[in-house]
Design a protein around this ligand. Structure first.
Ligand code: PLP
Length: 434
């Protein structure tokens, strides 16, 4: 067989023949990415929300290097190893008490697939196979594999794949500035929850689980929900005997100001999905946690959960995750998180009265500025204009259509974060419709 004449890298989300050549990044440190042509870029979105303590953090890098010389990989079926045992113990100390079992996988999408399959098989193992349907929210995003894409809301990402997606019950999200039931937040009683209540009332005998991104819908536009919305979902799931899956793939590990978004609302889910920040942004790793009562239905020979990925709980990824979590114990991470939160609050103030801005949103270290745009949505024409402008100014920000958001690594300094906001101020003026 002769060798291919070319082999081109297919970059995610790029339009062939339109997108410029990808920037070549050869090195990274702390908040910065360095390009081969000598440029330096502030990574203000933590490289798709994965980085926590800064790029190439030496403690995580050293943990991976040491692990690579000790045990590279071994299957997890019938085997275990020190890094996965240590990581499980570290996670036990921070996850809600009721979550007593953990199933490892590869990334955020697979953590979601595992949660969906566990929920459905749980009811089947209990002798209730008719309880196999899923409820998900408008504006949801849970990943790009087929199951995760099914529970994600309709979007450009899902549009070509109607036949791959299983049907779900779709209910309101608490998108307060575009309230689905026409209320104002200051005088509402979370009436948007009625849709979920009605769906459960009619269909709970067939519903296995409700899946949510707790308090913050990320890719759907950084939509922040009132805590009462999440608390209400938990209450309704209990009332109608339906499992609650919290997809904390984005919100986990301090992003929203507490270790998990569920902690802010004071609730515990039945299943929780983790990934992204779990390794501090070094290596892919997914995890799905569940309660004892779910695990208890997977004991008999005909109740086995037949799901497993080749690299499940890879020792290098687990070693990275342990080092990542140890940094929370040893360093002043929460002070950094609080400092970012405070700076966001201060710098967002002027945007609240900016005539080009529809709404400003914030939860912990995540800030979003939704612009007024005639073509509001992921494909808004302002996105490529802003993206290029920000990069020219040395800042990586990838607006979600007409929504600019800042989601920095916790190590970002005041000067750099101020600079990011200066650049956004300038960019918004340039992008404003004339
Ligand atoms: N769930 C949420 C809430 C996410 O934001 C994402 C990715 O952005 C995913 C799941 C999918 O994670 P991954 O890209 O690692 O598959």
């Amino acid at each position: 067989m002769s060798a291919a004449t070319t082999l081109s890298i297919w970059h995610p989300f790029t339009q062939a023949h339109i997108d410029p050549r990808p920037l070549q990044v050869c090195r990274a440190s702390g908040t910065y990415l360095y390009t081969t042509d000598g440029g330096r870029i502030i990574d203000a979105i933590s490289s798709w929300w994965v980085n926590l303590h800064g790029h190439c953090h030496p403690r995580i890098a050293n943990a991976i290097a040491a692990q690579a010389q000790t045990l590279d990989h071994v299957l997890l079926a019938g085997f275990s190893h020190p890094p996965v045992e240590r990581l499980t113990e570290k996670l036990r100390q921070i996850v809600p008490d009721v979550l007593t079992n953990i199933f490892y996988s590869d990334d955020g999408s697979t953590a979601v697939e595992v949660a969906l399959k566990l929920a459905v098989q749980y009811w089947a193992n209990l002798g209730r196979p008719e309880k196999h349907e899923i409820v998900a929210l408008e504006h949801a995003y849970h990943g790009d594999t087929a199951g995760a894409m099914s529970v994600s809301a309709d979007s450009g990402f899902t549009q070509p794949f109607p036949h791959l997606r299983f049907p779900v019950h779709r209910v309101n999200s608490a998108y307060c500035s575009r309230c689905p039931v026409g209320k104002q937040r200051n005088e509402c009683a979370i009436e948007c929850l009625e849709a979920l209540k009605n769906t459960l009332e009619k269909n709970s005998r067939n519903i296995a689980a409700v899946i949510v991104e707790p308090l913050l819908q990320g890719a759907g536009g950084m939509i922040v929900h009132p805590v009462e919305f999440l608390q209400g979902i938990r209450r309704l799931c209990d009332e109608y005997s339906v499992l609650l899956i919290a997809d904390e793939v984005l919100t986990g590990f301090g992003r929203c100001g507490k270790m998990f978004a569920c902690d802010i609302a004071g609730i515990a889910p039945d299943l929780m999905c983790l990934s992204k920040g779990i390794t501090g942004g070094f290596l892919p790793l997914g995890a799905t946690l569940c309660t004892e009562s779910i695990r208890a239905e997977f004991v008999g020979p005909h109740q086995v959960f037949f799901h497993g990925h080749s690299y499940t709980a890879n020792p290098l990824a687990c070693a990275a995750a342990v080092a990542n979590l140890e940094i929370f114990d040893s360093d002043e991470v929460w002070q950094r998180i609080h400092a970012i939160t405070a700076r966001h609050e201060q710098r967002l103030l002027p945007f609240r009265s900016n005539s080009n801005v529809h709404e400003v949103r914030q939860i912990g270290t995540i800030a979003a500025i939704e612009l007024k745009a005639p073509d509001a949505g992921y494909f808004s024409a302002v996105k490529p204009r802003l993206y290029e402008f920000f990069l020219k100014r040395g800042v990586l920000l990838r607006p979600l259509g007409h929504v600019i958001y800042v989601l920095p690594p916790y190590c970002i300094g005041a000067e750099d974060l101020n600079y990011v906001y200066d650049v956004i101020e300038e960019g918004i003026e340039l992008a404003a419709p004339r």
